[in-house]
Design a protein around this ligand. Sequence first.
Ligand SMILES: [Zn+2]
Length: 319
Amino acid sequence: MRRRGCGCAAVGCAIPLVCLLVIFGAVGILTGNWAALAAPKVPAAPPAVADIPTDYLVLYQEAAARFGLDWPVLAAVGRVETNHGRNRNGCDANYAGARGPMQFLEPTFVHAAKLAGISDPDICDPVDAIPAAAAYLKSNGAPDDWRRALYRYNPADWYPPLVLGWAERYGYGARVVWPIEGGRISQRFGPTTFTGEPRLCYRGTCYEHFHDGLDLAAPIGTPVQAIASGRVTIAGRLSDGAVVVEIEHSPGVLSRYGHLESGIRVRVGESVTTGEVIGSVGLTGNTTGPHLHFEIYASGEPIDPLLVLPPSGVPGGSP
Ligand SMILES: [Zn+2]
């Protein structure tokens, strides 16, 4: 995509708002990261969350926040272990000797409670057992490697996928889709010799020309869809003529869709859902042919969209 503008490497940098967003992001005013989209701290509660008793939900969320975990996964452990305390048989030990809402063996619980800094812990009390479980999972690699941590929690091959399945029902791992179906990649993210791209410093190295998005060539009129749910923060024509939609998925995590046809389907402030059509591929702004210029930014830093979009959707015919 050929652009001119303020050099801030955003879609249609000609407008101050986008420049401000990026500048603010660079100094940390916009917080959050892409992981926050993939695993929102407090997602819009899906219906399955109604399955969790309120006191347990608060305990899961507090413990997860304390240890930097995704609460839906912690809650999913509680679901699989005892259905949030409903199946704990008055805290009697099970066949293997595990007890309490999070089904700890006594020695493991003593260790886990120590990790959580709990004095005089009660294995049967969710107020102690849930933070202990969070601390134990954290010490075994969560959230970076949930599968490993879950396997250490219960060494059975079926256990991690079962827990992660419940976690998804509780909102873990927001679904992400490609912005268009079909089409082909006509320019990738990264440094380029194409002089139409602006100078950009990316991860400590400055490049004379850097493409901060992914170009997807497609016929004019091809529907463009939101890659994930969020709120529309820009919807309109920039001063260079490019029609752009920007969606904020979580604080500071943005996706932008450039060169759209003028008939945008959304307005600023509207909520959109994953896969919702927001506009169509056009030729607006400085462009050499019909394509979608697609960007993802987190905290003011561009992210290679191919790291975020599902691998299964890669359009064919990339250069
Ligand atoms: Zn582009």
